[in-house]
Each structure stands twice: as C-alpha cells, then as structure tokens.
Design a protein around this ligand. Structure first.
Ligand code: ZN
Length: 111
C-alpha cells in the first residue's frame, strides 16, 4: 500500500515559541551565516533565534511551507491514524473486516 506521505523533514519550518520567529530552511539565517537550504536539524548546537536569542529547544516544528497551520507533532498522535486520509481509513477498516470475513469462511469450510 503506498501512501502520499513524502519525507520532507529537511524543509520543515520551525517556529520560535518565545517570539514567533520562523526558521525557514530554504532561506537560512543571514545573521548567523546559515546557508540557504540548511535543515533545522543541521543547525549548529549553539544556534540561537536571531530575534530573541532562544535556543533550538524552544522551537516547534510547524512543517514545510504551504501546509495547513498547526504543529506537526500533534498530527502524529494516535498511532499515526490521524495522518491517514478518510479514504485510507475506510480501506483499513474494510480491509480488516474482509480479513475477518475470509477467516470465518475458511473456518466454516473446514467443518
Ligand atoms: Zn525567538
């Protein structure tokens, strides 16, 4: 089963919880000489928010550009079911029902 999920961690933007500054990997950070295209996870450990000086631990992953607002971490709760589309959920549910049905049929077939 293929999913539409593409790993774009490298392009994830991170928002400073202290001041609202958003680090965008595509833009980098001129003040700290961070080159364009540098993922947040590849920033130096001593990198600080260029606006308020908060450490990277104060940042939240807000996902890549163009995604609906909301923290990406929150979408991962519930064993990842929330990231499935309704269609995928139906497939999952009916697929499970189908397996149970086939199981029952085969059990009857043995008797
Ligand atoms: Zn900040």
């Amino acid at each position: 089963m293929s999913t539409e999920v593409i790993e774009t961690e490298d392009l994830d933007r991170h928002e400073c919880r202290a001041c609202g500054y958003i680090y965008e990997p595509l833009k980098g950070d001129d003040k700290s000489q961070i080159a364009k295209g540098t993922p947040f996870t590849a920033l130096p450990k001593n990198w600080r928010c260029p606006v308020c000086g908060a450490p990277t631990s104060q940042f939240s992953n807000v996902g890549p550009l163009g995604q609906p607002s909301g923290f990406k971490e929150n979408l991962k709760y519930g064993l990842g079911v929330n990231v499935l589309t309704p269609g995928q959920k139906n497939l999952l549910i009916f697929g499970a029902l189908g397996v149970v049905f086939l199981l029952l049929i085969s059990l009857y077939g043995l008797q």
